[in-house]
Design a protein around this ligand. Structure first.
Ligand code: BTN
Length: 272
């Protein structure tokens, strides 16, 4: 099903939808037909005229990046969302940025759940956005010196079979909201504007909210809580039961062989 067509989202409409509230915070908004990666586009920029948020959106990516270094993010021009928001400033709170992928994921599912009026949205530590058993999107956070970029990929339409990894379940917004009033929302500009605002809120929350409040929100959507998981690290594979997150947003796992360990998102991937 193709709802919105393949035209690029209109920058002026997005600006209008962002409203005056977010206007001043966003220094620049770039909309491209194609780019290697929206996150690299922003990260590789030589200079930023002023501190603030810089946004890049593309209709397709030729080298979209997933969280794991060897994983590409398949990014055809089919109406899916490929969005990056960079913050530049000398007040980067890098110590707290372990929280950023988690809080972005929570803010995104909160918006989508509100629009779709449906249950079934969840987050899989640290950066996956799910609906039911299918992955709906992912968040990739990267930082470098005075800049930190959040990349968000969301499936608006299902992937064509050739691009699917065998055995991997995907979800797409067009399918889960089909026939519901929320479907109009997924016409490009509205979705884009609400996702930009979700990312800005996440930056703000990570900058000023207490860890307890961030963790409480995460718990509302945490798909791994009390589930058996396998943690894949460079040193090996470990089985256990996921027991939520600690005050730094790290995953807590009670291991089958005894003992509990916490894992930082940079070092592992989790199977369930
Ligand atoms: C993941 O689940 O592995 C994270 C995927 C992140 C994909 C987005 S799409 C926009 C931005 N640009 C990229 O190259 N990657 C992120």
């Amino acid at each position: 099903m193709q709802i919105s067509g393949n035209r690029s989202p209109d920058k002026q409409i997005i600006r209008k939808m962002l409203g005056y509230g977010a206007g001043p915070e966003i220094v620049e908004l770039v909309v491209l037909e194609e780019v290697a990666s929206t996150s690299d586009y922003l990260l590789q920029r030589a200079r930023f005229p002023v501190p603030g948020f810089y946004v890049c959106l593309a209709a397709s990516q030729s080298a979209g990046k997933g969280r794991r270094s060897n994983k590409a993010w398949h990014s055809p021009n089919n109406g899916n969302l490929y969005l990056s928001v960079l913050y530049h400033g000398d007040d980067l709170q890098t110590a707290r940025y372990g929280w950023l992928p988690l809080v972005v994921a929570v803010e995104v599912v909160t918006v989508l759940a509100g629009v779709c009026g449906t249950r079934g949205f969840g987050v899989k530590w640290p950066n996956d956005i799910y609906w039911g058993q299918g992955k709906l999107g992912g968040v990739l956070v990267e930082s470098k010196r005075d800049r930190c970029v959040v990349g968000l990929g969301l499936n608006v339409y299902p992937p064509v079979s050739a691009a699917c990894q065998p055995g991997f379940a995907w979800a797409a917004l067009s399918e889960l909201c089909a026939g519901r009033s929320g479907i109009d929302f997924f016409r490009q500009e509205r979705l884009v504007a609400s996702m930009i605002l979700a990312v800005l809120r996440a930056f703000n929350r990570v900058g000023c909210e207490e860890e307890g409040a961030l963790a409480d929100d995460w718990r509302r959507y945490d798909l791994l809580a009390n589930r058996e998981v396998k943690v894949l690290t460079a040193a090996g594979e470990y089985a256990g039961v996921a027991r939520g997150i600690d005050r730094n947003g790290r995953l807590r796992v009670e291991h089958t062989g005894g003992g509990t360990r916490v894992y930082h998102s940079g070092e592992v991937s989790v199977r369930w």
